[in-house]
Design a protein around this ligand. Structure first.
Ligand SMILES: [Zn+2]
Length: 445
């Protein structure tokens, strides 16, 4: 129900973007259309006069429509002409500007005037110049990155330039889904961009093993923002609150922007989502997620005979360190094949990764690694019948079942910020429960 609602809304919103774009692009045509309309209403007005005269006396007041109202022209909109020009490989700013109709001398003046704000020597293929002509004014824009653009404009004969914030629109959305085939499929059906899906996976990466523990029937609910640029392209997404139900366990997270401006995800009670170890050593990807959900062959869990956890995954899937630490072994180790062992900050703890196809570049014995850092790639080196990762968690050298480890969260919300935390997060969490209340808030920034 809510799911369908969300899709309808997003279709509507897309329609709106498309409409605005079309309108912008055809301002000159619409002016012509307006003139035609004025002409036509003039003709209609004359006809009405003839009719009024012809039938006067026999008809009701209907005939005396105040037709001068029809003749009142719309307030003319200044004609705006917009041209976009993609930067091609091998382009200089000058060649791209020439395609936008600037004479070489003027193109040089523009490039010169921009120097202090942004060196147009650094323009990159795939980026755009946009030229906007409105009346006597000419504006030129170059998108530098997600946040900023270079704005050049003519004043008299001189050009001026400055860097400015790109205008954007933020849409607040709610989505929910139920996993049947894979998380990516369910998320796409719910209308989530893959960036939002990855964000969702990252938020719960300390609690849920997305590579092994996903089951059909798992579900999620997300309240999130999508940020669009002035052309209607998705620039980025941000999750405000999310829920994931994995094998009957409900996990919830909410974003909190601290008073110092930094932000992180917490449980609704203010505990950190972050913990010393990630639940899975495999980096979640679209391909590996499908593979493990549809696997036919059994994947070994921790038993007395098998002292690790096996992850079936396509060869080449990135393997990441589950926690901060230092590499204590990297190389070939008998049946383990290419093998890495990391000693963690708690020096009693270490993790081991076996059967790798190759190691990450630049990694050697003694290297410091950070949680989530890619250390190697899945393979089948050593004694392995197919590509998989054999993962061990060791306490004082003995392999243990990682599920039995106590997982203590990082620092909670500071006590003196709890009031502010509750105030900020309560409305978002409420929307997870009542998604239909006031879901779409569109804010101009
Ligand atoms: Zn194994």
């Amino acid at each position: 129900m809510t799911h369908a609602f969300h899709r309808d809304f997003s279709r509507q919103a897309h329609g709106r973007y498309r409409r605005t774009r079309r309108r912008r692009g055809t301002r000159s045509r619409s002016l012509r259309r307006m003139r035609l309309w004025v002409l036509l209403s003039g003709v209609a007005g004359m006809l009405a006069v003839i009719l009024t005269v012809g039938v006067s006396g026999t008809q009701s007041a209907k005939a005396s429509v105040p037709h001068e109202e029809w003749l009142k022209p719309e307030i003319p909109v200044p004609v705006q002409r917009i041209m976009r020009e993609p930067i091609r490989s091998g382009d200089t700013a000058i060649t791209a500007l020439e395609r936008l109709g600037f004479a070489p001398a003027e193109a040089y003046r523009i490039a010169n005037a921009s120097k202090s704000a942004y060196a147009l020597r650094d323009i990159r293929a795939g980026h755009f110049f946009k030229r906007v002509d409105q009346g006597e004014e000419t504006h030129l824009y170059y998108t530098i990155d997600d946040q900023t653009r270079l704005h050049m404009f003519r004043q008299g004969k001189d050009w001026q330039a400055n860097k400015e914030q790109r205008p954007s629109v933020t849409r607040r959305l709610f989505a929910q889904g139920r996993i049947e085939e894979s998380l990516f499929e369910a998320a796409a059906r719910a209308g989530l961009d893959s960036r939002t899906t990855m964000n969702l996976v990252d938020i719960f990466a300390w609690d849920i093993d997305f590579a092994r523990d996903m089951r059909a029937g798992d579900s999620f609910r997300v309240l999130y923002d999508e940020r669009y640029d002035e052309e209607g392209n998705l620039m980025g997404t941000r999750i405000l609150a999310a829920e994931f139900v994995n094998q009957g366990h409900r996990y919830r997270a909410v974003l909190y922007v601290k008073t110092d401006g930094s932000s992180a995800y917490y449980t609704p009670e203010g505990k950190s989502m972050r913990k010393a170890y990630l639940r899975a050593p495999l980096k979640f990807t679209r391909i590996s997620s499908r593979f493990t959900l549809r696997r036919k062959h059994p994947v070994l869990g921790f038993t007395r005979a098998h002292r690790g956890v096996d992850y079936a995954a396509p060869s080449g899937t990135p393997v990441r360190a589950v926690g901060d630490g230092r590499v204590v072994f990297i190389g070939w180790k008998g049946g383990y094949g290419r093998f890495i062992q990391i000693q963690h900050v708690n020096r009693d703890h270490s993790t081991a990764y076996a059967h790798l196809r190759r190691f990450a570049r630049g990694l050697h014995r003694g290297s410091k690694v950070r949680q989530g850092q890619v250390i190697g790639y899945v393979g089948m080196s050593g004694l392995a019948t197919g590509p998989h990762l054999h993962f061990e968690f060791r306490v004082r050298g003995a392999a243990v079942n990682p599920l039995t480890l106590k997982r203590t969260p990082s620092k909670p919300v500071p006590a003196n910020e709890m009031a502010s935390f509750r105030q900020q997060t309560a409305p978002w969490l409420a929307r997870l429960d009542q998604p239909l209340l006031d879901v779409m808030a569109v804010a101009w920034e």
